[in-house]
Each structure stands twice: as structure tokens, then as C-alpha cells.
Design a protein around this ligand. Structure first.
Ligand code: ZN
Length: 195
């Protein structure tokens, strides 16, 4: 009997781990704890200009050969992210482009706490702006890449690539299918940020 229960438990675990890109609240909490430990603070309407002025967040190019910021989704003042997040996007997009000769469409980057609150009022699936499972976009370390118009092959390439980067601990990624239809990617820095 015990053997059977252990077996079922193991199978459940395998099934559970079958989709490493499935999102849940536990993962949001883990990512927030990790971001706290790395000293990555939240960004608000009040301090966003300080972050920009000191290059704590950097401008994402509007359009390159390998990716573009969807102007219908990303407001001008939010076309920024932490430097290592932008570096990751550039690398990921250039590899994707080398494979498929198509640019990635970025639909979200930095959000302020206030902007996240506005999103939450409009979208039931949006994460809160504050608290233990807050959206990582408000720390400037997240980007969303739309998979709405990706082929099955393109999606599977992305899944493989993101899963392998998750295994090295570099990123956390979720494939969102409800509402925004995107790969939500959180990129962590190698070292803790200075106080
Ligand atoms: Zn996102």
C-alpha cells in the first residue's frame, strides 16, 4: 500500500513538473523573496526619474532587427528595465532571430507601483503592486514577450530556451495563456545590488 502511495505521489510530482512554465502564486512569492534578498527595490511614480537618471534602469531600444516594443502596449515612460534584463532580452531575441528570422514582440517591461494598481483594476489576472506575491514588473526585472502569433515550432523553441535558463537559475519564466498570451520573464542579477 505504502509503495502504491509513494508511486502515485512520484507520478503526481512528475506530472506537476511536466510544465516548468506553468505559473502559480508560490513562484511569485519565491521570486519576490529572491528579489528582496538581491536588494532589488520597487519603482514608483515618485522615484522612477531617479532610477532613470542614475542608469539603475536603462532604455530598451524601441526597435532592433530582432525585437520591438509594441507601442500599443508599452507606454513611452515605461520602455525601461534593469540593465541585466535588457542584456538578456537582446541575447534571447538575437538567438530567436537567428533561428526564425522574425523579431520578438515585447508587450510589457517596467511598471511603476501606481501603474500596476491601474492594471489590476482593469485585469483580474494581473498581480498586485505590493505584498509577497507582487508583480516583478514593478522592480524593473521583468519583460513580457507575446506568443500570440508564434508558430508551434517557435513556441517550442522559446519553451526549451527559457526552461534551460531557468535550470541555471538565471531567470524565472511563466507562459501566460489567459489574457495576455505571453512569456513573462523575470531576470535576476548575478550579485546583490548595493544598498
Ligand atoms: Zn509579465
Amino acid at each position: 500500500m505504502l509503495k502504491l502511495i509513494t508511486g502515485i505521489l512520484f507520478l503526481t510530482l512528475i506530472a506537476y513538473g511536466a510544465n516548468p512554465l506553468a505559473g502559480n502564486r508560490r513562484r511569485l512569492i519565491d521570486s519576490n523573496e529572491r528579489a528582496d534578498a538581491l536588494n532589488i527595490s520597487q519603482i514608483s511614480d515618485e522615484n522612477i526619474s531617479y532610477f532613470k537618471r542614475h542608469d539603475l534602469v536603462v532604455k530598451i531600444p524601441d526597435k532592433t532587427a530582432s525585437f520591438y516594443l509594441d507601442p500599443g502596449h508599452v507606454l513611452k515612460q515605461f520602455r525601461y528595465a534593469r540593465p541585466w534584463t535588457v542584456a538578456y532580452l537582446i541575447e534571447l531575441a538575437s538567438e530567436y532571430y537567428a533561428q526564425f528570422n522574425k523579431p520578438l514582440r515585447v508587450t510589457s517591461a517596467l511598471r511603476t507601483v501606481q501603474h500596476q494598481r491601474r492594471l489590476m483594476r482593469r485585469n483580474r489576472n494581473a498581480s498586485p503592486a505590493k505584498g509577497s506575491w507582487a508583480s516583478l514588473h514593478v522592480r524593473g526585472i521583468s519583460i513580457d514577450i507575446s506568443h500570440k502569433n508564434m508558430s508551434r515550432k517557435q513556441k517550442s523553441w522559446m519553451r526549451k530556451r527559457l526552461t534551460s535558463d531557468m535550470q541555471t537559475g538565471l531567470i524565472d519564466a511563466i507562459e501566460e495563456t489567459r489574457g495576455s498570451a505571453c512569456f513573462h520573464i523575470v531576470v535576476f542579477p548575478e550579485d546583490r545590488l548595493p544598498e
